[in-house]
Design a protein around this ligand. Sequence first.
Ligand SMILES: Nc1ncnc2c1ncn2[C@@H]1O[C@H](COP(=O)(O)OP(=O)(O)OP(=O)(O)O)[C@@H](O)[C@H]1O
Ligand SMILES: [Mg+2]
Length: 387
Amino acid sequence: MSKILLLGSGELGKEFVIAAQRLGQIVIAVDSYANAPAMQVAHGFEVINMLDGDALDHIVAKHQPDYIVPEIEAIRTERFYAYEKDGYTVIPSAKAANYTMNRKSIRDLAAKELGLKTADYRYAASAKALSAAIQEIGMPCVVKPLMSSSGKGQSTIKTEADIQKAWDYSQEGSRGDVAEVIVEGFVNFNYEITLLTVTQRNGKTLFCPPIGHRQERGDYQESWQPATMQSKHLQTAQDMAAKVTTALGGAGLWGVEFFIADDGVYFSELSPRPHDTGMVTLGNTQNFNEFELHLRAVLGLPISEITQERIGASAVILANEHSDNPTFSGIEEVANATKSDFRLFGKPSSRPYRRMGVVVTYDNLDGDIKAVTERAKELASKVKVNP
Ligand SMILES: Nc1ncnc2c1ncn2[C@@H]1O[C@H](COP(=O)(O)OP(=O)(O)OP(=O)(O)O)[C@@H](O)[C@H]1O
Ligand SMILES: [Mg+2]
């Protein structure tokens, strides 16, 4: 039996803990607030600010975990290198967690070192530098804080008049002490995918069937698996995912994001851990869902193959209002629908757009993926989060 220190305790962490519990592992779940979803199912918990390196050092020393498993980006990941030196196993690796928390590190690695095709990009550390960068990149373009996730501080610039606004917004949405932004040429993609990729300590790299998804305000609304795509594009995406995960090193499941446009496949970014769009696998679309795959890779258990068992979709249940006692209505209708399931995450409070649950739908392998996705959307829209 091994001990896992899970850094981040949201809904993805909760499913990971449930997978770990089923294999008899011990998990200590960590987050900045008590009663977070993953804490509700773990053996123990810690409430700390994970951007505070000393607080992080303290709980690592206290619990002496076999595995340190980050579930979010906002962690003082610089400390991970020291943990590795001290003999701890960081998942997938200290480098992976550290590089992916800053868009600059991961983008330079992917585009410059590995030569992957990405959107054109520049960095800017002031509104003036942003204007100059946009001169070079052209409009439309997308501005993102170097340290942010879920679309925070991100905006699309279409005209000169948007530039100052985008800069100000990026500074509100930036996490930590970094003011710099990345500005990317707008990729006029036909669709985007997440390619869940599994790297193993003693085995080959495996890929899940591609997941299609739709984003709004920087957060995913629906995802479906498999995404329909040309096999040459899938092959290109797999090659790129193998390159970038190999360069970052270690074992685990990764969510590698791509845009597919008329002129080919663009690498966008990646999560070195389960991906929110991968919640579609909770509909048992695969022999193992993404959390089970992550756990097996963490523990070094061999994964011989990943098979698609059925097609599926997921659609998010969002709150509209602030509440410290959110309740749900419309659940009976979802429960009553065939070939569907749902999760309510147990978050103790709600705020506008906070993800509170997810609906999954599925069908046989020869089913219609568009219809399955529409069904997920429709069912999710029946659930209301009440303040
Ligand atoms: N250069 C671009 N061109 C076109 N669309 C883009 C570009 N960059 C981002 N987007 C759109 O915005 C979404 C969010 O961007 P990105 O994944 O970089 O942000 P994020 O905040 O890290 O999101 P998350 O952490 O939720 O994955 C993308 O999935 C895509 O739909
Ligand atoms: Mg993303």
